[in-house]
Design a protein around this ligand. Sequence first.
Ligand code: ZN
Ligand code: ZN
Length: 599
Amino acid sequence: MLPSSWIRPLLVVVAALTGLAWCPVQAAGQSAVSDSHGRADAAFQRQFGDGFFAELWQANPDSAISVGYYKVAERLIVPNDLSRKQELAFIARWQSRLHAIDRQALSDARRADWEVLDNQFESRRWEITEAREWQWNPALYNVADPFAKLLNTEYAPLEQRLRTVLKRLDKVPAYYAAARSNIKDATREHTQLAIEQNQGALEVFGDALRQQVAGSKLSPAERAAFAKRLDAARAAINDYVTWLTDLDRQLAQGKARSFRLGGELYEKKFAYDIQSGDTAQALYERAVREKEQLHARMNVLSDQLWPKYFPNIAPPADRLEKIGRLIGKLSEQHVSREGFFGEVEHLIPQLAAWVTEHRLLTLDPDKSLKVRVTPAHQRGVALASVDAPGPYDPAAPTYFNVMPIAELPEQRAESLLREYNRWMLPILAIHEAIPGHYAQLVYGNKSPSRIKTVFANGAMIEGWAVYGERMMLESGYGDDTAEMWLIYSKWNLRSVCNTILDYSVHVRDMSEDDARTLLTREAFQSAEEATGKWRRVQLTSVQLTSYFAGYAAIYDLREQLKRSSPDQFDLQRFHERFLSYGNSPVRIIRELMSATTAK
Ligand code: ZN
Ligand code: ZN
């Protein structure tokens, strides 16, 4: 969470997902240079190539570090009026250069880049001048992450990295002083998060680092300077925590700002972040309808399955209770702790074969995905995830990380295995790998664009993975059984209810009790999952809608193209065309695809 971040927390993850085989921007325009778009494309690439990024990273070193660009790592930006003014000037300067290029003259790929950049400029300006989270979210201020990345990533010899850290440490006290003077109207939830996370930050500046310095080849003078700056940085963090603790006490007595974003800010943020071409309100209303349809469908499936799993027992009259009991029963069918890794390893080539045989997507046989146990430092909450190199580290391989479930405590392992049961585990692999995130990544890299990699659209990326789940089941994967569709519906209900929850909480004042009822009763989630979700919705906004927003927009686009030319529509061609635009927002892909189809 960085104050002057050009890449939001979500997109940092996304950037790490999408960097495979990234090539310099010049290479991207090869085919375009010879056609009518040549001149405009060349002008665009001259302006928004290395020079633009060098300036962007210079002004945003935290973001630079997060994408693996270390040249500016010794700079720490103090988040004060001056740096905000400089950022606004940066935006104005580059946006006017962008607007000097005629976007209609650009090729599709570069026009998508143009739109992505323009939105990025508008969005950042709006964040600084209108949303003003820098005034009400104390958790934006935390220096730990970039320091941890510099210390843990071996991009250079230890001494060089320590010298970078030494320079960067110098500004930490000024950084926290600016943070305190920025905060005017904090929410209690973000204040408490800031306390917790900054206490955690002290770990990065603790004994492990002191030992690293002691064991290094730094000179005695450098070591002395290090010790001094480290003490000052720790004191600054401790002071911030004390100050926030006081603030929280005051807020408890007075009237704190609500964590709820409110309708006006929410719609704007939704428009900038999601870019699906829809309003947040329309998406919310659609999600409510979708939930009803899913429940109706799950009810029918449960009636079919009930006698098979509960012979001689009468089903409960309440349909949600009936569905919940069946899901519970089906969840008993899962692989063992020991068999989990092998099962995932076996699923990947099976999914690849299915996608090829059913003409859903052409896969590159040279780009296979290696399944491995998640390395210790990456073990968080995700059971499985794709781990690809960032845009500045293109040579690194891509892995499918799987949590070492056999090492988990029995109860935790059992609850994960039940969740990712016989029917759910393949859906997870579809989402993360094929044809989901991994396949999308390989396609995106065929039209390399640093702009789309760095400013990747999260709704398009998540939406594609969620769309892929349904598309696979529609193609007959999982044998079209009632069990498969029921478990799939539960999974899909999660995306749908994330949207309902986020909008309801931030715009419609939904209470915590109602939120819990929605998640546990209507979406069949555990109390534990609901607790985590309630916390997340208080601390973030809009991001939870990205899954359903992207999915709905992609599904609509497909159906619209199918209707407009039913004889010519080809599913595989649609998928490949759609993915060829890289991580662009769905709204832009739709414009570009519709324009070409109309020709
Ligand atoms: Zn079990
Ligand atoms: Zn995903």
